[in-house]
Ligand binder design. Structure first.
Ligand SMILES: C[S@@+](CC[C@H](N)C(=O)[O-])C[C@H]1O[C@@H](n2cnc3c(N)ncnc32)[C@H](O)[C@@H]1O
Ligand code: SF4
Length: 416
């Protein structure tokens, strides 16, 4: 009931939040360039994959070498526009798609980052298929701190149902073994509540992950956009969310209770590790690349999803932002609360510093709701999420990401 309620509220709010305008006022971004110091992180999207997974809602295209090489040139030009506006970054997140599809281009891009900024941390996503002893040593030499590997499952039957037939669970195990210990953090992405997935399959995935002694795992509940949902339902008849909490309870008892600490409601780490969500580590982030989104001082920004549209704007020396939305104060407070709770805790002094007013004055009803239901507890200025709050907070984030996936699907299909 609580999950249904919080999920419905965020679904409704998320749809409003993502009601974007095509009137793009770039002065709202440029005015922040010189004042933000390095308080903004940079997300870099590489939208190419060697095969396309049917369930995936990210902006991704089948890899073509020429297209990908010219894309890296555009990416650098887009970054230069932000540098000219005065932005400085030292925390970087490469996502995809598959950022490692062209290792030489990736290498030159990272070298360029190092020549332009004081680089502190780099996180990068890839697939097990891309990981060879050679790419691992190149990524290590490039100074990647956190390597995130999209395993999804170690179970071959489930991988087949997911449409990931080109590599096997055994291969992912071998790739994770190769990578482990070579980076500050190695993360494995695993999915749960995929149609046909059994609770035993998730338990077995977790056992394998734990036996590997890997640093970190991020568990994604299935979050399909409307058309991906239709396709999954045609294939599997039903996408059943009623078992989602059972899967999540297994994650809590088999991962969190076995020595892994929650870095977010979905990400569990041994010791202090970098986490997967740049939206939690940093209050503001800029996204570059086709289909990236950014959030800057209450402005939500969306880049062109179409490769052609993206290229054409860059060729005219324009930032490729095609949609934006200025959040109301209330939306901004709630978005902040959502991301901080997803990251397991909100510091009341940080809220006050960001908004110039206390959370008790700005979100009294929301706080009362969360506290009264025991979803959060407060001590020494930290409002932390309790064990029973973790699933509802994850549900809220899932609804937000599902709205974002719906927006992505709309933009991709409309060629925006
Ligand atoms: C953008 S992918 C990049 C990783 C890499 N390309 C791979 O697939 O191995 C990041 C993660 O998002 C998750 N993901 C993708 N589509 C999803 C969906 N529809 N619902 C839930 N999680 C999803 C997967 O766990 C994936 O590893
Ligand atoms: S899940 Fe990863 S490999 Fe599959 S299509 Fe999405 S980004 Fe590409």
């Amino acid at each position: 009931m609580i999950n249904w309620f919080v999920g419905s509220v965020v679904r409704f709010e998320g749809q409003n939040f993502l009601r974007l305008s095509g009137d793009v006022d770039l002065s709202r971004i440029s005015s922040q360039g010189r004042t933000r110091g390095d308080s903004v992180s940079l997300y870099i999207h590489i939208p190419f994959c060697r095969t396309l997974c049917p369930f995936c809602c990210f902006n991704r295209y089948l890899f073509k070498e020429d297209q990908a090489r010219s894309y890296f040139i555009d990416l650098r030009r887009e970054l230069d526009m932000y540098i000219r506006l005065g932005f400085r970054f030292n925390d970087f997140y490469f996502g995809g798609g598959t950022p490692t599809v062209l290792m030489d281009e990736l290498g030159s891009f990272i070298t360029y980052l190092r020549s332009s900024f004081d680089v502190k941390r780099i996180s990068l996503e890839t697939t097990p298929r891309e990981l060879t002893p050679d790419t691992i040593s190149q990524l290590r030499d490039l100074g990647i701190n956190r390597l995130s590997v999209g395993v999804q499952s170690f179970d071959n039957t489930l991988l087949k149902a997911m449409g990931r037939t080109l590599f096997k669970g055994e291969d992912s195990i071998e790739k994770l073994r190769l990578a482990q210990g070579k980076f500050d953090t190695v993360n494995a992405d695993l999915m749960f509540n995929f149609p046909t997935q059994t609770l035993e399959q998730l338990r077995s995935d977790i056992r394998i992950f734990r036996d590997l002694g890997a640093d970190q795992a991020t568990f994604y509940p299935l979050m399909p956009s409307p058309h991906k949902m239709d396709a999954l339902e045609r294939k599997f008849r039903k996408v059943d969310t009623s078992r989602e909490q059972q899967f999540y309870d297994i994650i809590l008892s088999e991962v969190m209770d076995k020595g892994y600490k929650p870095s977010t409601a979905w990400c569990f780490s041994r010791g202090d590790r970098m986490i997967d969500e740049y939206i939690i580590d940093y209050d503001d982030y800029i996204g570059i690349g086709a289909g990236s989104v950014g959030f800057l001082g209450g402005e939500f920004l969306v880049n062109s999803f179409s490769l052609e549209g993206y290229h054409n704007l860059i060729a005219q020396d324009k930032l490729p932002i095609v949609r934006m939305r200025h959040l109301s104060n209330l939306e901004h407070y709630r978005y902040y609360m959502l991301t901080q709770f997803f990251g397991m805790g909100l510091r009341t002094d940080a809220f006050k510093k960001r908004f110039g007013s206390s959370i008790y004055a700005r979100l009294p009803a929301e706080l009362l709701f969360f506290k009264a239901l025991g979803l959060v507890r407060e001590k020494d200025g930290l409002i932390s999420v309790t064990r029973s709050g973790m699933y509802p907070v994850g549900t809220m984030m899932k609804e937000f990401f599902t709205s974002l996936n719906t927006l992505r699907e709309y933009c991709i299909e409309a060629g925006i």
